[in-house]
Write a protein that binds this ligand. Structure first.
Ligand code: HEM
Length: 273
């Protein structure tokens, strides 16, 4: 199996097991011990990717609380600021989580960079193989590379706001940013890129580490692909519905942009939010 991937020098070395070769130092794979680091880095890349996908999927449920109303989103915001625990909100907690997530994104990107084609010759070879093989998973890998590249910029812009202005999250603050601040453009691009990347990433993780055997690979692959597209479509619909809701609230609140939301319990009867 591994012999298929051997280069020309190693092939000569394999043959040399049967016919004497003059110098073993000519055979790198026989004279040197193989490093375990590529395998370790692979595990770390998979692990950081898995953590990020789980974070993003959880994040989508919390962020879409706006679909249940402004009060629901307000309560979720205050929960993440630690109000139920400490009696008053500490937005710095949100910044702290933002920093941890950014470090995880950066680590994942650095670990993944080594697999990107690094020059035009490698891109040409990749396209040549892809066109010759018509292998759908190879095309999915290309989507992963392109969305991963875009994500580094899109996620950095989003996380910068989260880290620098953690108190500026809430039903009106978020909607004003999205509509009056034109952040809907960033979020629309982020939404598509992150859910394609997350869905395909989970599919690839399952194919790589899941329990596959030679007789069930085809059926498992087909089922995993259906699950992948179900996740992508579900989160794209949830995210689009939430984004449209934030945009509508922001549009209606545009002439009072900057004003903070006051939850129902803090208002007098008949008083507006
Ligand atoms: C601590 C980290 C994070 C926090 C606190 C956070 C919070 C939020 C909030 C409050 C919104 C609503 C819009 C706004 O207020 O600006 C939002 C939108 C969004 N966030 Fe995050 N976010 C975090 C990290 C991430 C990461 C790492 C990703 C993706 C890799 C991400 C992807 C998105 C997307 C796609 C939207 C738009 C969702 C939609 O269309 O409904 N976020 N985020």
């Amino acid at each position: 199996m591994t012999q298929i991937r051997l280069g020309a020098v190693d092939f000569v070395c394999m043959i040399s097991r049967y016919r004497r070769v003059p110098d073993r130092r000519d055979c790198p794979s026989m004279s040197r011990k193989k490093s375990v680091w590529p395998a370790r880095i692979d595990v770390l890349q998979s692990l950081s990717g898995l953590l990020l996908v789980l974070f993003v999927w959880m994040h989508m449920f919390f962020e879409s609380s706006i679909l249940l109303g402004k009060d629901a989103m307000y309560r979720v915001t205050k929960m993440f600021e630690g109000e139920p625990l400490f009696g008053k909100p500490y937005p710095v907690l949100v910044s702290a989580v933002g920093v941890v997530v950014f470090l995880l994104v950066a680590a994942h990107a650095v670990l993944a960079l080594r697999k990107f084609p690094s020059n035009s010759r490698q891109y040409r070879q990749f396209h040549h193989h892809r066109n010759a093989m018509h292998h759908p998973d190879t095309s999915l890998w290309l989507v992963q590379v392109v969305t991963g590249f875009c994500l580094f910029f899109l996620v950095s812009a989003h996380l910068y706001i989260v880290i620098a202005q953690p108190g500026n999250i809430g039903p009106y603050a978020s909607s004003d940013r999205i509509w009056t601040g034109n952040f809907w453009i960033l979020y629309a691009l982020l939404l598509v890129a992150v859910h394609l990347h997350a869905g395909i990433g989970m599919y690839r993780l399952a194919m790589k580490w899941g329990p596959l055997s030679s007789d069930n690979t085809a059926i498992v692959r087909a089922r995993l692909k259906i699950a992948m597209w179900c996740c992508v479509v579900f989160f794209l619909c949830l995210g689009t519905a939430s984004l449209l809701t934030y945009m509508t609230i922001g549009y209606e609140h545009a002439d009072r942009a900057g004003e903070r939301y006051r939850p129902g319990v803090e208002r007098q009867p008949g008083e507006g939010a």
